[in-house]
Structure formats: C-alpha cells, structure tokens
Design a binder for this molecule. Structure first.
Ligand code: FEO
Length: 175
C-alpha cells in the first residue's frame, strides 16, 4: 500500500477543516450584512466540510495510517455584499475540486483502489457543491438591488437543513 497517497489524503483532511473554518467566517460576514438565512446556510456548509474531513480522517485510520493535523489556514473574505460572499464560496469550491481531482489521479497512479473508491464520493460531491454555489449566485444576480427579491432568497437559504446543499425553493435538489 503506497503511503504517499495517504500523506496527500492527510493534506486533504486539513484542507477540508480549513474550508470549514472559512465557511464559518463567511457565516459571520452574512450576520454582519443582516442576512440571517445566508448565515445559517454557511454554518450548515461549515458543518458539512467538517464531516468531509472526518470521512477522510476515518478512512486514513481504517487503512492503518495516521493523521496529522496542522494549524488551520483561514481565507478571510473581504466581501461587502452577499453575492461577493457566494462568489468567494464558489472560488473555494473550485479550488477544492482541483485538490480532489489531483488526489484521485494520484490514487489511480498508485493503483490504490480503496482510495479511488473513497475519493469517488468526493468527486461527485464537488459537482453538487459547485452547482449549489452557482445556482445561488445566479439568483442573486437576477435579484440585483431588489430588496424584496434578496429577502426572499435569504428566506430560502434559511430553509437549508443539514446534509442539504441548498435552501428550499432554490431550485436545487436534496440528497
Ligand atoms: Fe469538502 Fe466543499 O468541499
């Protein structure tokens, strides 16, 4: 069993925890901007990223390797509007997708099929996560400066339950 891919998966545990922290920071920005629904959405998203980290954390131990946690890097967002916060979220997800693709390629290269199967879930999840962020950005673009439309979006984002990638009425699907 190649240890290199496990070092890379360990990096990803740390990356997912960083993503969790960044989303919590974004939740705080939404609170500051008076969008409690979006703040809730990002808090759920933060929890989801921690779940992603734990999924890989468990996998590494199941494969008889060890995890080493590092200092968490937080991308602080300087967004001053809701759409900017979601654009920062999308950029973060696109970054994570690249990380997952590189990991998948490495696992394939090392013929570690257990890791390939584990990472398959993440490849699929990234498609969903990017789509959710893009859908919300599209709605916010349509809303423009219309306060009523913005509040409606915020209400939909408030409806996001744990394990759901979008709030109700946002056109996304649950799984
Ligand atoms: Fe765990 Fe949003 O990537």
């Amino acid at each position: 069993m190649g240890a290199k891919v496990y070092e890379a998966i360990n990096d990803q545990v740390n990356n997912e925890l960083s993503a969790s922290h960044s989303y919590l920071a974004m939740s705080g920005v939404c609170e500051d901007l008076n969008f409690p629904g979006a703040a809730h959405w990002f808090r759920v998203q933060s929890d989801e990223e921690r779940e992603h980290a734990l999924r890989l954390f468990d996998f590494i131990h199941d494969r008889n390797h060890s995890v080493s946690l590092r200092r968490i890097q937080v991308e602080t967002t300087h967004a001053t509007t809701l759409i900017e916060v979601f654009r920062a979220a999308l950029a973060q997800e696109e970054q994570v997708s690249k990380q997952i693709d590189a990991l998948y390629e490495q696992a394939m290269g090392e013929k570690d099929f257990a890791a390939v199967v584990q990472l398959q879930w993440f490849v699929t999840e990234q498609v969903e996560e990017e789509k959710s962020a893009r859908d919300i950005i599209a709605r916010l673009e349509m809303a423009g400066n219309d306060a009523r439309a913005m509040l409606e979006i915020d209400r939909d984002l408030a409806a996001r339950a744990a394990g759901q990638s979008e709030g109700g009425g946002g056109g996304g699907h649950t799984h």
